[in-house]
Design a protein around this ligand. Structure first.
Ligand code: ADP
Ligand code: ZN
Ligand code: ZN
Length: 723
């Protein structure tokens, strides 16, 4: 007898497709297959078998399966089905997210050409390398630590180049090697783990001992050694055959974290992030899917991979907004990690020095257990934070005199300094001082940022750029000047003020070239006096031991924003940046420049007590009945005109007559026009999440059944981070 299967396709449509399977062929849920679709064929994933087809419908026969095992095992299938319905996203697109690109395209689930491996020949030879060959020396150190052949893909991920390998090869220091048999990969080198400090031991004992489900919020201040705790935890609790998932916000920014894990777990560590090529993704995916006992360190989408023996999940920097996907399938990897741990009956640990209000709330209500680690590890002490009111002070490139003096003093003492500034580019505005004209993006409701290096005006929201003008396009005046501070300008000012000290800039522009961030990091790690200037990128997880001074150029951005999350995010960013100071044996100092030094939020920030601030912010959220005290969803619409976008949302508003759902809007989005599309939103809130989800799901079904103009696009954002 032939059976009927229900198949999901990688298409943005909220429906599945039925096919009959010719007799004698067996298919199971999660399996990849080829199916006829329209005039062509498509790759599909079996969602259900033994389906009773709707009567009277003539089904087409399914094509061949691509392999005889399910690409998505039952647990992954269940996870993604849950996510599709929770986030109101088409199931097909969700399921295909769990496949590497090659498999989405229908390529075979196997690796073709063998990969090259590299091995160290001569350790002592590194002394003969030229003094400035930092990266080559590091490369040799990596190979030495690995104690065996290392695959090229791994070295590439760490930012090394074939040129560096060949250069070392010519000097007879390294050589290409045979692929080692899997069991020869370097195993755990236990003795390398430094013993936990007293405070860490206490926290360690409070971490889950049982293997069933539990969710723990690890509140560990910056520099308390959360990574050390994760390492010990995994080493202690993970069985030899078990898999673990470690989610991190960014891998390329903090390659030292992966290096620390590799040092202890060797070949068991695999990585997953957007800079991998298709082959590397397929390779990692296969190891995960085959149930190898890997510890996977990955960014957001790693939470979707087909693990089969998951025994522990760690979400580092759980407050980080990059865990929430900002377009398409708008899932939160942190929340899915918790759901996944539940399904797998395993512990999940959410770690942060600045936990999200959501997680703190969950800890309060008993959903999570909170574990505190409030001492810095080693000799390090917490930095002191002072506010520097700049209202009546003259500024030089955004820096006040006292800040410049403090920088000078730190450099004099052969220490390092970090300058945090919220904006890349030279200045956020290029303005005509005669008529007041300001350069704006012709496609977005935003100003163009001035980039001096290539004299360009760029939109940071779309691809638009134009040459900077010398003469005002309005009045032809020559008095056009940059206004405000960006990283490039700070870099220039500091290089002039401290000509003998290297100034290193870390932002999206300066780190585009592969390996550039790694070479900045190694230079900082050498410990010589230098000034680091950067955006949020410098705040994320770095562990530099000789930074004793952090200067925040301007803290005021988040104080008066309309977004209800802005104060929370501001406090988190400022404390994370501050946490880069004083991580070694010397004490750290943080100077926060502001025009509002009497603002209560900044005042408590100077006290450095995150939990007290979070408590205050939670009270405010409760008083205004905002998340996490209520569930929120946003219907976002985009159209060629604002009228259309608002009109569409207004119809929805009329149609939603549920008293338990409070509706705000429709209103234009914060960025009302982006790349010539007009954007508006309708905010829905309800006391009960389940109720809101049902309302939203009915709304989606209704919108799907309607004929809408093709130029109008809508999407539902569940638990939105941006309002
Ligand atoms: P966090 O992630 O909490 O900010 P890290 O895990 O980066 O902190 O640790 C901060 C620093 O303290 C690192 O340099 C780390 O090597 C060091 N450290 C952490 N735990 C210990 C320990 N038990 N003994 C010695 N050094 C430690
Ligand atoms: Zn002008
Ligand atoms: Zn633009």
């Amino acid at each position: 007898m032939s059976q009927t299967v229900r198949v999901a396709l990688n298409r943005p449509i909220r429906r599945l497709f039925d096919y009959w399977v010719p007799e004698g062929r067996q298919l199971c849920p999660g399996q990849r297959l080829r199916v006829p679709f329209g005039p062509r064929s498509a790759i599909g994933l079996v969602v259900e078998t033994g389906v009773t087809p709707p009567p009277g419908l003539e089904l087409k026969p399914a094509g061949a399966a691509l392999e005889n095992w399910p690409a998505l095992p039952p647990e992954t299938l269940e996870l993604l089905s849950w996510a599709a319905s929770y986030y109101q996203h088409p199931l097909g697109e969700c399921l295909f997210m769990a496949l590497p690109p090659a498999l989405r395209r229908g390529q075979p689930a196997e690796l073709t050409a063998p990969e090259s491996f590299w091995q160290l020949i001569d350790v002592s030879g590194s002394t003969n390398l030229p003094a400035n060959a930092h990266r080559q020396r590091e490369l040799m150190e990596q190979l030495r630590l690995a104690e065996g052949p290392v695959p090229w893909s791994q070295l590439r991920q760490q930012g090394y180049t074939k040129a560096q390998l060949h250069s070392l090869g010519q000097k007879g220091l390294v050589r290409a090697a045979e692929k080692p048999a899997v069991n020869q990969l370097p195993s755990t080198t236990e003795s390398n783990l430094p013993p936990l400090t007293g405070a860490q031991q206490e926290a360690f004992r409070a971490l889950p001992q049982e293997c069933g489900f539990s969710a723990t919020l690890l509140y560990g201040i910056t520099g308390s050694g959360k990574t050390e705790l994760y390492l010990h935890y995994l080493q202690d609790r993970l069985e030899d055959a078990g898999q673990a998932l470690v989610l991190v916000p960014e891998i390329n920014l903090t390659p030292q974290t992966v290096a620390r894990f590799r040092r202890y777990f060797g070949g068991r560590i695999v990585v997953w992030h957007s800079a991998l090529n298709d082959r590397e993704r397929l390779e990692t995916w296969l190891r995960v899917r085959n149930g190898e006992p890997v510890i996977l360190i990955g960014t957001r989408s790693a939470v979707l991979l087909p693990f089969t023996r998951l025994q522990a999940i760690i979400v580092d920097e759980e407050h980080d907004s990059s865990y929430k996907q900002g377009e398409g399938f708008r899932y939160s990897a942190r929340d899915m990690a918790v759901f996944r741990a539940q399904r797998n009956h395993c512990p999940v640990i959410l770690g942060s020095a600045t936990p999200s209000l959501e997680s703190l709330h969950n800890a309060r209500t008993g959903k999570y257990t909170r574990v505190d680690l409030t001492e810095r590890a080693g000799n390090a002490t917490e930095p002191t934070i002072s506010l520097l009111d700049i209202r009546s002070r003259p500024l030089e490139g955004g820096l006040s005199r006292p800040a410049i003096q403090a920088i000078g003093a730190a450099l004099e003492a052969r220490q390092q300094v970090l300058i945090y500034i919220n904006r890349r580019g030279y200045s956020p505005v290029l303005m005509c001082f005669d008529c007041g004209h300001i350069a704006e993006c012709p496609h977005c409701d935003t100003r163009l940022t001035y980039h001096r290096r290539d004299r360009a005006l760029r939109c940071h929201h779309c691809d638009y750029q134009q040459p900077a003008f010398r003469h005002c396009p309005k009045c032809d005046s020559e008095a056009c000047h940059p206004v405000g501070q960006g990283t490039e300008r700070a870099e220039e000012v500091l290089a002039t003020a401290f000509p003998a000290t290297p100034v290193l800039r870390i932002d999206r522009d300066s780190t585009q070239r592969k390996g550039s961030i790694q070479s900045i990091i190694s230079q900082v790690n050498e410990g010589n006096p230098c000034i680091l200037v950067g955006t949020q990128m410098v705040a994320k997880g770095h562990d530099f031991h000789n930074i004793t001074l952090v200067v925040v150029i301007n803290a005021d951005g988040g104080l008066f924003s309309v977004d209800f999350r802005a104060p929370e995010q501001m406090v988190q960013t400022l404390l994370q940046v501050s946490g880069r100071a004083g991580r070694g044996s010397l004490p750290g100092k943080v100077l926060i420049q502001t025009c509002h030094s009497d603002h209560p939020l900044l005042q408590s920030l100077a006290g450095g007590n995150y939990l007290a601030m979070a408590k205050q912010l939670l009270t405010e959220r409760q008083e205004s009945a905002l998340p996490p005290f209520r569930a929120m969803a946003i219907v976002r619409a985009e159209a060629p005109s604002m009228e259309e976008a608002l009109g569409f949302l207004d119809q929805i508003r009329q149609q939603l007559t549920d008293d338990a759902v409070e509706i705000w809007g429709p209103l234009p989005a914060a960025l009302a026009r982006k790349a010539d599309r007009h954007r508006a939103q309708l905010i829905l809130q309800a006391d009960r999440r389940g109720h809101l989800n049902r309302v939203v799901s009915r709304l989606c079904a209704d919108l799907d059944s309607r004929r809408l103009p093709t130029s109008l696009r809508w999407i539902i954002d569940i638990d939105p981070l941006e309002t």
